[in-house]
Design a protein around this ligand. Structure first.
Ligand code: 3PG
Length: 208
């Protein structure tokens, strides 16, 4: 499966920052129940890799990727844990040899036209616009479409229930990502039903 096919599995991709394996499993179950089947687990917490390992075992039908990949060691560890794709806030040159060697679907982060063109030339036609709202959001994506019609984006960073649909209506947006689908306050409260409801609502809204 290539990166674009992964983005097209669903219009919204949760970006999960997990504090424990148990939390990862509960949140994933809740999101799956809401209809979401593709997940980005960020490598920002000590529990992240163990979480990925257990999620892969517990939910074989879910597509589990890792995010915030900044170097080759992290990529290797993520793949060993069973991650099926990788996401980064950027495209550090040091990652390129590891990406070429592993052939793992990869979503590089870009924030400018030059970065988007460089990533495209490196073989990445599907890209993460990050941090989407801060770097120009919907107007930026509209402006990029005409000169760069062959680049497809997954904007993340500042996306939430109220603006997701506006992004998804753009011809160069395949899906949107973000942490709003598993908000810290619901996770902390163990409100798994609340997360399921949020996920189902986001999918319903995206389909309109
Ligand atoms: C990411 O890691 O992709 C973003 O930090 C998610 O941003 P958000 O928390 O604004 O959704």
């Amino acid at each position: 499966m290539d990166t674009l096919a992964i983005l097209k599995r669903g219009p919204v991709m949760p970006v999960m920052v997990i504090q424990s394996v148990d939390e990862a499993l509960q949140v994933t179950r809740a999101l799956l129940d809401g209809g979401i089947n593709t997940f980005e687990i960020t490598l920002r917490t000590p529990a992240a890799l163990d979480g990925v390992r257990e999620m892969v075992k517990a939910f074989p039908d879910a597509l589990i990727g890792v995010g915030t990949v900044r170097n080759a060691d992290q990529l290797d560890a993520a793949l060993q844990a069973g991650a099926r794709f990788a996401v980064s806030p950027g495209l550090p040159a040091a990652l390129l040899p590891a990406l070429a060697a592993n052939k793992v679907p990869f979503l590089p982060g870009v924030a400018t036209p030059t970065e988007a063109m460089n990533a495209f030339d490196a073989g990445f036609a599907a890209q993460k616009l990050f941090p989407a709202e801060a770097v120009g959001g919907v107007p930026l994506l509209k402006s990029l479409h005409s000169p760069l019609p062959d680049i497809v984006f997954c904007p993340t960073g500042g996306i939430h229930a109220a603006n997701a649909a506006t992004y998804l209506a753009l011809p160069n947006v395949a899906c949107v990502g973000g942490s709003w689908l598993a908000p810290a306050e619901l996770v902390k409260a163990g409100d798994w039903q609340g997360i399921t409801t949020l996920a189902a609502g986001a999918l319903a809204q995206a389909k309109q």
